[in-house]
Design a protein around this ligand. Structure first.
Ligand code: BES
Ligand code: MN
Ligand code: ZN
Length: 497
């Protein structure tokens, strides 16, 4: 994993400051800033020359790399568009342009001259946090099972010249936070990208133990199948019944506040491979079902970010890990199982397995007397049909929690969209042979899946994030690390950070 160093200071001698790449934001139609003029002068007027040639006008997304002199080896001009239109979307584009322009070079450090950015103070820190997150995220490469992995960006030091606009400490804190979130995102991508033959339920349990070993604030317990049976988790165990891999219920405790402070509980769907079971999936793209532990991966990623940030709150993370396979011992369509809550479930389709592992994890969560429970799951293909890949589906039994999560998604640009959980949908889950069926028919598939979960989440404030569309990209294939940014922002907001 990358270790990028972020720092901030106010630089007086811009031309003399040593860096492999001085990054200069430029707005269209604006005069050059004092810092840029200094650098231009020391580089023999090359910036002004490029502008005069019309090669660079400051249009949003435009970049121009020039050789530098003095302290700076390179000058990188970044077009920011019209100053009055420089909103968060433009700021993100700006950060992305920096990475793109640098990725082909050998630059190992950069100095961003923030003084040229005409932003309000609050958005300056937001931009710096996003910059750090983006640079860290961009430097992730999948390396585990390839002989000659692509090498990441060499960049290992980022210095921001605040130009006295914001305190250097505020700038540094913002970047450290962004870095922590980026590392959390990369952790989630790393786990989710691993193939199903490596990333099994027991592998995930090991990762949890590893996280606890290095951190005094984290403790872990892993419930084995025997223990789950004693607890009556017949629903969760019905999913692993056909697999050679034992299910694990992984419980991680992060204690950042007094022990008596009620925790936030995260519950991740950790199906390390979803073949569909006896209700076998078609062959095309079945490999993508290794990503069916994306919810669990995001819970791990969020825990990593939480540890790095040291947030002053308590969080319990529960990962319901199992493999869904067909075999002579597998659960069959029509089988009735009893959940830990006592509710019986008719398994009409063994491919609707996510809700079967989550419902017992949700019942287990009650014992922590949670402030709120959020489950994260690649739950339904129907959610992909409804929202595509840009929005995560959000369901909640409480409006304030829903709004807090939507706000966290907007702020971190890891957005969710609320879907209904109306009672009217519940009757689609009626069964003649059990208290509830595990599928609700063709209409509103992501909603009936959420309705199923809601029956096990009645005793606390609960939200469900369906990340079936947002957890991975189809081309180039790979995990996105969503919704680590949303979840981390949500927890930072609760901690007042
Ligand atoms: N893991 C899948 C959901 C999924 C499908 C995520 C495609 C991403 C892309 C889940 O376990 C599943 O198979 N759901 C079924 C439910 C159905 C049987 C009611 C689905 O969506 O088809
Ligand atoms: Mn399935
Ligand atoms: Zn699944």
């Amino acid at each position: 994993m990358t270790n990028m160093n972020f720092s901030a200071r106010s630089v007086t001698d811009v031309a003399g400051a040593k860096t492999q790449c001085a990054v200069l934001p430029l707005f269209s139609g604006e005069k050059l800033s004092r810092g840029t003029r200094q650098l231009d002068k020391s580089a023999g007027g090359s910036v002004k020359a490029a502008l005069a040639l019309g090669d660079f006008s400051g249009k949003a997304g435009q970049t121009l790399m020039l050789p530098g002199t003095g302290g700076a080896r390179r000058l990188l001009l970044i077009g920011c568009g019209e100053a009055k239109k420089f909103d968060r979307a433009a700021a993100m584009k700006f950060c992305q342009s920096i990475y793109k322009a640098l990725s082909g070079t050998g630059a190992k450090d950069l100095m961003l001259h923030l003084a040229d950015l005409k932003l309000k103070t609050a958005d300056n820190t937001w931009l710096l946090s996003y910059l750090a997150r983006h640079l860290v995220e961009s430097s992730y490469r999948y390396t585990e099972t390839v002989s000659k992995p692509k090498s990441p960006l060499k960049l290992n030091r980022v210095v921001v010249n605040t130009g006295g606009k914001i305190p250097a400490t505020a700038a540094k804190t913002a970047m450290e936070q962004g870095k922590s979130i980026g590392l959390g995102i990369n952790q989630a991508r790393h786990l989710a990208n691993l193939p199903g033959n490596i990333c099994t339920p027991s592998y995930l349990a090991q990762q949890a133990r590893k996280l606890a070993r290095g951190n005094a604030r984290v403790s872990v317990s892993v419930l084995e199948e025997k223990k789950m049976k004693e607890l009556g988790m017949g629903s969760l165990l019905s999913v692993s019944a056909g697999s050679a891999q034992a299910a694990k219920l992984i419980v991680m405790h992060y204690q950042g506040a007094r022990a008596n402070q009620q925790p936030y509980v995260l519950v991740g769907k950790g199906i390390t491979f979803d073949s569909g079971g006896i209700s076998l999936k078609p062959g095309a793209k079945m490999d993508e079902m290794k990503f069916d532990m994306g919810g669990a991966a995001s819970v791990f990623g969020t825990m990593h970010a939480l540890v790095a940030l040291g947030l002053p709150l308590n969080v319990v993370a529960i990962v319901a890990a199992a493999e869904n396979m067909p075999s002579g011992t597998a659960t069959k369509p029509g089988d009735v199982v009893t959940s830990m809550s006592g509710q019986t479930i008719e398994v009409l389709n063994t491919d609707a397995e996510g809700r079967l592992v989550l419902c017992d994890a949700l019942t287990y969560a009650e014992r922590f007397k949670p402030r709120a429970v959020i489950d994260i799951a690649t739950l339904t293909g129907a959610c992909v049909v409804a929202l595509g890949s840009h929005a995560t589906g959000l369901f909640a039994n409480e409006d304030e929690l829903a709004e807090q999560l939507l706000a966290a998604g907007t702020d971190s640009h890891d957005r969710a969209w609320r879907m209904p959980l109306w009672d009217d949908y519940q009757k689609q889950l009626d069964s003649n042979f059990a208290d509830i069926a595990n599928i609700g028919g063709p209409g509103g598939g992501s909603i009936t899946a959420a309705c199923f979960l809601s029956r096990f989440a009645k005793s606390y404030h609960w939200a469900h994030l369906d990340i079936a569309g947002s957890a991975w990209n189809a081309a180039p294939k790979g995990a996105t690390g969503r919704p680590v940014a949303l979840l981390t922002r949500y927890l930072m907001d609760r901690a007042g950070k």
